[in-house]
Design a protein around this ligand. Structure first.
Ligand code: FE2
Length: 303
């Protein structure tokens, strides 16, 4: 039984057409379905029906995050495990949640974030043939990330939520910032051997700090900056490197105010490897290794 990876995120946007234009023309995702108040999108190299859902709402923030599990039986086993620790679960049939969606269970983390485990999302294929494919399609639009990578949330009690992800859902802690009082200020966890699939930082419950796409290398981060600047998109943090995860990154905002990231680099881990610890004094370097400072703007989040 295992969670394979982050499957999709559903976010709120007050202007559905503006957000769709940004996510298709600047980011370069592909629209796969549409409802009156929702648009479904995927990246070019993703086979599944969607990795991002935009929902019309008068504000911004995270509605839910979906995680892909390996088999249908996994849903039952996770449901049992969650019930054992007193977590309420809602089961959804494939048709119930939306187009292309698989069977799912939904529950909330101690932080109030709505989490979903999903199996059997419709496979629509990437943009390459399965026989003798070229490395990438021609004519991609925007900075065209191949896939969704990770999500970063805020919560009041990082210790509690990290323990829940590890003990109940089987995540593996790869890095942490430990406060001088011994409590975790921020944590990074994985299920896919990557440096992180999810991270938590102290802040308000139910907050979305950002979600990130994978890009292939450091040069691609530069290309992201070129595309964003061309389109006049506000770049919050220019291309740089994280201390924690060692990844390269750039941060920017969608038109609604949801923070986005393009990410690459990092490392691969086995689940039995011990976590890296950063002290509170070095937290700035954990987040932005070159600057060594986390500014107040970066710690501002939306719920
Ligand atoms: Fe990130």
């Amino acid at each position: 039984m295992s969670i394979l990876r982050l499957s999709h995120v559903e976010i709120r946007v007050p202007d559905l057409e503006l957000a769709t234009a940004y996510y298709t023309e600047v980011v370069g995702m592909y629209e796969t379905a549409r409802e009156p108040d929702r648009v479904f999108l995927k990246c070019w190299d993703e086979h599944q029906h969607h990795s991002l859902i935009l929902r019309f709402a008068p504000t911004y923030g995270l509605d839910h995050m979906g995680w892909k599990v390996e088999s249908r039986e996994d849903l039952d086993e996770y449901a049992t495990r969650l019930a054992e620790v007193g977590v309420d679960i809602v089961r959804h049939d494939a048709e119930e949640i939306g187009p292309g969606h698989g069977e799912a269970i939904r529950f909330t983390l101690p932080s109030g974030h709505l989490m979903e485990l999903v199996h059997g999302m419709e496979q629509v294929g990437n943009l390459l043939p399965n026989t003798n494919p070229p490395p990438k399609p021609l004519g991609l639009v925007g900075f065209a990330p191949p896939r969704l990578d990770h999500i970063f949330l805020t919560c009041e009690d990082v210790n509690l939520n990290t323990r829940f992800l590890v003990d109940v859902l089987g995540f593996h802690l790869t890095e942490q910032v430990l406060g001088d009082d011994g409590f975790q200020v921020a944590t990074w966890l994985e299920v896919s051997h990557a440096s992180h699939d999810i991270a938590l930082v102290t802040g308000q419950d139910r907050g979305l700090h950002h979600f990130a796409w994978w890009v292939d290398d450091w040069n691609e981060i530069r290309n992201v900056a070129d595309v964003l600047a061309y389109h006049g998109v506000r770049i919050e943090t220019n291309p740089t490197r994280h201390g924690a995860t060692r990844g390269h990154c750039i941060y920017f905002f969608d038109p609604a105010g949801n923070r986005n990231e393009a990410f690459t680099g990092g490392y691969w881990v086995d689940p039995d490897e011990p976590p890296v610890t950063w002290t509170e004094a070095e937290m700035g370097r954990a987040i932005f290794y070159y600057d060594g400072v986390v500014n107040q703007r970066f710690l501002t989040v939306h719920s």
